[in-house]
Design a binder for this molecule. Structure first.
Ligand SMILES: [Zn+2]
Ligand SMILES: [Zn+2]
Length: 359
């Protein structure tokens, strides 16, 4: 119950004002792309960067919210995710650098505003565009009392959907609740490429506003067991990773849950579980102590691991699964009697943000 309320708050407010304010960048009333940003005032995110070639006919645009994947097909362009509101023109400008073809399809990996925000702008320019998402993502968008009907889909699917044929084939997978209740993974078979949405972002433990530590572990393991023949893994924010990187994250999610359970049962603080994870050199990239470039919410990968162990503790205590508060908010209630060090999950300092690293 409590988690549902928190998730609703998260969805209603987009990324929480706390989270964005903590990025402490100059305020702006208009985001790149010319449209005023919807909702409460936000600090400026890094604007969209020039389109980057990944492989073959696949590109990505970083910044302004989540990564936008651009797949140039025979008859038009498929976009996966459309950043925060106000970035529509910037997305189109970047796409025009590589093709004159129309936008034919938008796929939304999940309901958060940094992934769906500029769909309305593109829909206005291309009224026949297909907008595809999972049933769960549609339900979350439709349940948002401040939601924008122009973000809603023209088509939904439940567990799996194939779009197009041959070199134009794209496959969508929903393998469970994790980051949100409607997470979609997008496979471009011709490029051996998988786009993750926020189940993998900034190469760190995932942010868990919805499903919780146990659910996202199962969701990610099911994905790894289901999709085949992938070389390139594009994260929802930041990095282009690879299949080995995704397998490592999946192992890490499971290890975090296992170590958290053991520490919880012993009555140890969450930090003890994190210390166990730090003993495994395979996990070092996921426990890095730098702020990652373009970070919108949260802290370092190490801090995120602490947060997720705390979330696991609250699940073990039967309090809630996942939580809807971004960084800087109080830790889940369980932490009050388990004694995690507040500095482990504190907001990043300006010095840390200034020293953000790309990898
Ligand atoms: Zn995101
Ligand atoms: Zn998200």
């Amino acid at each position: 119950m409590k988690s549902k309320v928190l998730v609703a708050l998260f969805l209603a407010g987009g990324l929480s004002a706390t989270a964005v304010a903590q990025q402490a960048q100059p305020a702006a009333g208009t985001a790149p792309g010319g449209r005023p940003a919807a909702g409460p005032p936000r600090a400026t995110l890094p604007p969209p960067e020039p389109i980057e070639h990944i492989t073959g006919n696949v590109y990505k645009i970083f910044g302004g919210g989540g990564n936008t994947l651009v797949v140039v097909q025979d008859k038009g362009v498929v976009l996966v995710d459309t950043k925060m509101p106000g970035n529509g023109q910037a997305i189109l400008d970047e796409v025009r650098k590589v093709t004159d073809k129309p936008i034919t399809t938008i796929i939304s990996t999940h309901s958060h505003p940094d992934h769906t925000g500029s769909t309305d702008f593109i829909r206005e320019r291309y009224p026949d565009v297909r907008i595809i998402m999972s049933e769960g993502t549609k339900a979350e968008l439709a349940a948002n009392p401040r939601g924008n009907p122009a973000l809603l889909p023209t088509e939904t699917y439940k567990d799996r959907l194939t779009i197009g044929e041959g070199a134009n084939r794209i496959e969508l997978y929903h393998t469970g609740t994790g980051h949100t209740g409607g997470d979609t993974f997008v496979v471009v078979p011709s490029a051996k490429l998988l786009f993750m949405g926020d189940v993998m972002a900034w190469n760190m433990a995932p942010f868990l506003p919805a499903g919780g530590a146990a659910a996202i572990t199962e969701e990610t393991e099911k994905l790894v067991a289901t999709v085949k023949d992938i070389d390139i893994v594009v994260e929802g924010h930041g990095h282009v990773n690879d299949w080995a990187g995704l397998e490592r994250l999946s192992r890490f999610n499971r290890a975090l849950l296992t170590e958290a359970r053991a520490a919880y049962d012993r009555g140890d603080a969450p930090g003890v579980a994190v210390a166990q994870l730090q003993k495994n050199p395979d996990f070092a990239p996921l426990l890095d102590t730098h702020i990652k470039k373009g970070l919108e919410y949260g802290n370092t990968p190490l801090a995120r691991a602490h947060m997720n162990v705390n979330i696991a503790y609250s699940e073990f205590a039967g309090e809630q699964a996942g939580f809807g508060i971004a960084n800087g908010a109080p830790l889940p209630a369980t932490d009050k009697h388990k004694g995690s060090d507040p500095k482990d999950t504190a907001p990043p300092t300006p010095e840390m943000l200034a020293a953000a690293v790309a990898k």
